[in-house]
Design a protein around this ligand. Structure first.
Ligand SMILES: Cc1cn([C@H]2C[C@H](O)[C@@H](COP(=O)(O)OP(=O)(O)O[C@H]3O[C@@H](C)C(=O)[C@@H](O)[C@H]3O)O2)c(=O)[nH]c1=O
Length: 191
């Protein structure tokens, strides 16, 4: 498992080693020890999620408020997405900036997004299966979002917006500057 920091250093890109042979392949998709050694602190994932989407589906940008905020370890089992994480920690030197990465069944890359980020992805292929671990249980009352097309974020989703398939709630999420539901920078949300 190769672990590197993204352009926003709190986001980690994980690249598992793929062992191919005549039967197919073998891959370790999660190693808690290696992740914790790299990060220097513990993560206790407690919920696994999976969603299936057709091409053009955009889910996001989502987060849960503290103390229900979530670290997410994301991957694609089938298909392809463009994955986005936006820094929504007030006073962060990278506040409002984002990381963008293609996660595919083929490259098997994973993204670790800590608390303090809004997350979303757009699906680039039909029948894409997206899977992720979170370290805090789903809490609908604390579910929040930011508009994926907020011009202040300047995200290049690489798709035609007129072809997108969004949930009702994601068509009316607030802009970043219109929400007070943000995170404090420098707080350790892992403990
Ligand atoms: C996220 C979630 C949803 N649900 C339910 C609520 C609802 O009836 C249905 C669909 O929920 P949503 O529309 O919120 O699903 P979705 O838009 O896929 O939400 C997800 O989007 C991505 C980008 C994330 O980062 C996730 O954290 C999560 O917010 O599933 C759960 O039961 N548990 C969960 O953990």
């Amino acid at each position: 498992m190769k672990l590197t920091r993204a352009t926003i250093k709190d986001i980690i890109i994980c690249e598992p080693e793929i062992h191919g042979d005549t039967r197919g392949y073998f891959v370790e998709t999660f190693r808690q020890d290696k992740l914790e050694e790299f990060l220097g602190f513990k993560i206790n994932f407690c919920q696994d999620n999976e969603s299936k989407s057709s091409k053009g589906v955009l889910r996001g940008l989502h987060y849960q408020l503290p103390p229900y905020s979530q670290t997410k370890l994301l991957r694609v089992i089938q298909g392809r997405v463009l994955d986005i994480a936006v820094d929504i920690r007030k006073d962060s030197p990278t506040f409002g900036e984002h990381v963008s990465i293609e996660l595919t069944a083929e490259n098997k890359k994973q993204l670790l997004i800590p608390h303090g980020f809004a997350h979303g992805f757009v699906v680039l292929e039909d029948d894409t299966i997206f899977a992720y671990k979170v370290d805090n249980y789903y809490s609908p009352e604390n579910d929040r979002g930011i508009a994926f097309d907020d011009p202040d974020l300047g995200i290049d989703w690489q798709v035609d917006f007129s072809l997108l398939n969004l949930s009702q709630k994601d068509t009316k999420q607030p802009r970043l500057k219109a929400t007070n539901d943000l995170f404090e920078y420098g707080v350790n949300y892992y403990e």
